[in-house]
Design a protein around this ligand. Structure first.
Ligand SMILES: Cc1cc2nc3c(=O)[nH]c(=O)nc-3n(C[C@H](O)[C@H](O)[C@H](O)COP(=O)(O)O)c2cc1C
Length: 178
């Protein structure tokens, strides 16, 4: 009998039912349009990477989550510091999305940022929104780790969002909010 999915069930322990082609899986989920964030921390120096898996998880308590590839160099540093900021990028910040999403000798070179009020983690100038959080859990899931953060500060800017769709950056004509 199948184990019902619910609290405490471990997907990893269930037998896989079908073989899904990895490329097709990527392309299919690429149809899910997301915003783009840069997750940052300070581990002796500022650290950050581009992330599309950011989402709100809970209102009470306020939690956010994102998934980090296990091979990411930022992951052990994030878990060591236990704090992060999520910087939601504006339409005109595509260069930052690219820079923080690929190997780069110094991602923060020439980038304007301020330390977040509570955690001191980098908040990039001109972003659409900033969330700072304390890492409350890190859950292994396949080749990624799901990081859960307890939100300790939020701040909003204005403008159009930077989007990611079909494996490409897009600019959203969705109207600005303030
Ligand atoms: C638009 C975009 C979204 C991304 N989203 C994620 C993500 O959600 N999780 C992740 O682990 N990597 C994501 N990446 C890839 C990382 O940003 C990239 O592998 C980066 O080089 C990791 O840096 P690090 O090894 O210094 O941590 C994304 C890249 C791009 C361009």
């Amino acid at each position: 009998m199948d184990t019902p999915v619910g609290h405490g069930s471990r997907i990893a322990s269930r037998p896989s039912q079908t073989d899904i082609d990895e490329r097709e899986f990527r392309r299919t989920l690429g149809q899910f349009c997301t915003g783009v964030a840069v997750i940052t921390t300070v581990d002796g120096e500022p650290v950050g990477f581009t992330c599309q898996s950011l989402t709100s998880l809970s209102l009470d308590p306020p939690l956010v989550t994102f998934a980090v590839a296990n091979g990411s160099r930022s992951l052990p540093r994030l878990l060591r510091t236990g704090v992060f900021s999520a910087n939601v990028l504006c339409a005109d910040q595509e260069p930052l999305g690219r820079r923080f999403g690929a190997p780069h000798p110094d991602r923060f070179a020439g980038v304007d940022w301020l330390p977040a009020p509570v955690t001191g983690t980098p908040q990039l100038a001109g972003a659409l929104a900033w969330v700072e959080a304390l890492v409350s859990d890190a859950v292994p899931a396949g080749d990624h780790t799901i990081v859960i953060g307890r939100v300790v500060g939020v701040r909003r800017g204005g403008g159009d969002p930077l989007l990611y769709f079909g494996g490409e950056f897009r600019v959203g004509g969705v109207g600005s909010t303030q």
